[in-house]
Design a protein around this ligand. Sequence first.
Ligand code: P1T
Length: 383
Amino acid sequence: MSIRPSDFTKVVHAGVEPDPRTGAIMTPIFQTSTYVQEAPNQHKGWDYSRAGNPTRDALEEAFAALEGAKYGLAFSSGLAAEQAIIQILNPGDHVLVCDDVYGGTGRLFRRLFAKYNLTFEFIDMTAVKNVEAAIKPNTRLVWIETPTNPLLKVIDIAAVTKLAHQASALVVVDNTFASPIFQSPLEMGADIVVHSTTKYIGGHSDIIGGAVMMNDDKLYEQIKFVQFAGGAVPGPFESFLLLRSVKTLAVRMEKHDANALTVARYLAEHSRVKEVFFPGLPSHPQHALAKKQMRGFAGMVSFNLKGNYDEVVSFLQKLKVFSLAESLGGVESLVNHPEKMTHASVPEEMRKQLGIGPNLIRLSCGIESADDLIKDLDQALKS
Ligand code: P1T
């Protein structure tokens, strides 16, 4: 289990060519909405920046390279990327979704798309037999998030894909938590990968963005059409920032991964901690699968703290290096309370059933010194 050495090189060069006019080594920010034409519809390949922009083109090539895909598409947010995938479906289609997804993903499916006569069925996909039992003749898409948010369950991408393909359904993997450095769903047979690039790919908590990667020509044409016709695209400046971020993705992921392992081991031994959720711990129910399908476990650790809700809040407020905020995957460490923050939109009954309760805390381990992270947790747990 380790980062592929060639990935350190790949991320530095992904999508970037010296500018043909000036030789600039960095892709320029083409801050323009439109392009002058020589005659009607005679232009240099770009006519309007919703349809295409050279800075975004470079980013989309970088996205494709990250997932070893033929195509990459950039969106204005992770949810806009998810929305574009759902918009290739037809009324009457059935979508199987793993039960522990980001709260906003569930909200998008339940509250925005269900009214268009699409059905979304949320099931626990850690047992592959549940997928087999739930597939229907009109199942068009199987939506996997692995590791899941916030409980870090791990789903067998290859096994679920095999079943889905037997039923002629497409498989989407939200690869946000693992990042392309630690998991390659397309190599395991998945059809589409989606990322919130707000997280590890962006890495600096300063942009909102999304990405979709795929190999199939027809899927690419369909999703690109939604991107163009719907218009949820990132601007040139965000595209530039993301291109800059991609270069350090591998070195950042190495540190996130090491810090999270140290933090998870520390928490697992602490008397005030009830249980720790981290795929890198041998006690995790899918540890063997995680070791098989991932090259690292990334920086997310969740745990249940003992005590009442007031004690949980007091712990959150005492942390100094970990900041209490939504989101994850940035260089700075964050702490989140899923029940009241990122997963407040999950129906209460489902939250209870999943185990997203008042004592659940989710950490995004940044790239600070592991010692400082442990010291911070230690002082907050003591008091
Ligand atoms: O926030 P946005 O860029 O639109 O991405 C949505 C999204 C999609 N998929 C996963 C796995 C996610 O975690 C997210 C966003 N998640 C948070 C903001 C969070 O704190 O969990």
